[in-house]
Design a protein around this ligand. Sequence first.
Ligand code: GLN
Length: 252
Amino acid sequence: MPDPRLRVLALYPDLMNIYADRGNLLLLERRCAWRGIGFSLLGAGLGDLLDPEAADLYYIGGGQDRDQRLCAYDLAEHKGEALHEAAARGAVVLAVCGGYQLLGRSYQLAGETLPGVGLLDCNTVRTEDGAVLGSGDRLIGNVAIEVQLERMAEPQVLAGFENHGGRTHLGPAARPLGKVLRGLGNNGNDGLEGGRAGKVIGTYLHGPLLPKNVWFADWLIATAIGADEPLAPLDDRLERLAHLEARRAAGI
Ligand code: GLN
């Protein structure tokens, strides 16, 4: 495989993949190929052990509560420790929606609290005053957030789509990924979206996220492979239109 190369490991690629979150992986693969950067993709499902050295970027997409429940216990039993080790050695961890919720400390459903990996200092609650939120209480819609990342000269916009019943609150050890410009974000109240701790990043943005925000995909690739120089530019005319359309849908 050519060097540099990006090694990606997708956690639960079958169970945690709603709103075409798998598209994020395809996009990473294409943008690497177009630049002559090697790319490999591994998957880890229920019961599999995780190699903390196997990847530069660990990825987990969104899912339904039912599937998340299976993954939460599997993570706790088989993979949580290795994911901590991977993050500690500097791997990027990107988690979308249900995956983001699982990176936190816990996900509280009616009658059951699912364990989280604890890579992000946040808690997610699906209930209020002990009652299950009705389906009308989901946080749904187009969303745009403002994000300032290392090595970016100025803040950038991430645009996407959110649909979650869980409300996430960050603790003091987590930073938000961004501040909400339009949409609801972590909980519809505090104006924050997503969570970060170093290279561990969680967000509620589907879309899929990366095809609509290729600047962020490139930031992830560069960070994961430890690129010293900016990645070679690509012909992003279509990607820019997709980004502008997602922003327009969100109202900015
Ligand atoms: N099941 C979770 C929730 O409803 C996550 C949903 C998702 O990944 N879109 O909050």
